[in-house]
Design a protein around this ligand. Structure first.
Ligand code: ADP
Ligand code: ADP
Length: 232
């Protein structure tokens, strides 16, 4: 029951040029359908590069990446984009909400991109998600009227509106104070359980990583440890 499987995945930049650089050196890794995992590692270790592969934003130089059993390495950009839209949700350090849109319009955005005009069920689903992130009463306001933590919670609702199999978060609490960060983290937990959505959080923060069920440690483009944080 795997969401994701990486097999011998390599990534080089500037292939064929004098400054060619291999950044990921044969990554093997699996993410299960219910996993709640952190990807940690020092700056420059290749976390962003790996996240770009997993997020189907970029293709590996060698090896394979299976998303829900489907090999993706040799997919066309169009196939990759379609699979990304259907199965992956993204939360970034900076939420990238559209300032001219209200909360509910921002949450509906991924659906509008893939299927056009949202149905009344879509709107209901988006409202339910806003309620679950504690923003039921803020559906019709714009991001500028929300706090940083509230904006990030809109971004989480947006990431989940397509019911993705895997939620990818890049330093999702990096820009928040401790209290807002704890709230955001609790929401990931809740959605992981309630929606059976696998979660992978990229972070520098050791405490955040230790609070996940599993910590995958990347150093110099290699996985040096992959440990459960659950006490038996
Ligand atoms: P992290 O996210 O862990 O800081 P990155 O994946 O951003 O690591 O970077 C890993 C290595 O790849 C670094 O040496 C970085 O300079 C290099 N790198 C990242 N992106 C590119 C790129 N587009 N072109 C060339 N080198 C890159
Ligand atoms: P972060 O690791 O915080 O996500 P970035 O991915 O933006 O940060 O950059 C990480 C490293 O990759 C930096 O050292 C940066 O200089 C390098 N890098 C990013 N893009 C490129 C690029 N196009 N060419 C070369 N190096 C890059």
């Amino acid at each position: 029951n795997l969401v994701l499987r990486l097999a011998g995945l390599r990534k080089s930049y500037n292939v064929g040029k004098p400054n060619e650089l291999e950044v990921l050196h044969g990554i093997d890794m699996q993410i299960g359908a219910h996993d709640f995992a952190a990807l940690v590692g020092p700056s420059g270790s290749g976390k962003s590069t790996l996240l770009n592969m997993i997020g189907l934003l970029d293709a590996p130089t060698a090896g394979e990446l299976y998303l829900l059993g489907r090999p993706t390495a040799r997919m066309s950009d169009a196939e990759r984009t379609a699979l990304r839209g259907a199965q992956l949700g993204f939360v970034f350090q900076f939420h990238h909400l559209i300032q001219a849109f209200t909360s509910i319009e921002n949450v509906l955005m991924p659906l509008m991109l893939t299927q056009g005009k949202p149905s009344s069920e879509d709107r209901e689903h988006a409202m339910d998600l806003l309620a679950e992130v504690g923003l039921h009463d803020y559906a019709n306001v714009r991001p500028s009227e929300l706090s940083g933590g509230q904006q990030q919670r809109v971004a989480i609702a947006r990431a989940l509106v397509t019911r993705p199999a895997l939620l990818l978060a890049d330093e999702p609490t990096g820009n928040l104070d401790t209290k807002a960060a704890a709230k955001v983290f609790d929401l990931f937990r809740r959605f992981n359980k309630a929606y059976n959505c696998a979660v992978l959080i990229v972070t520098h923060d050791q405490r955040l990583s230790a609070a996940c069920d599993r910590s995958i440690n990347l150093v110099d483009g290699r996985i040096v440890s992959d440990e459960s944080n659950l006490r038996s």
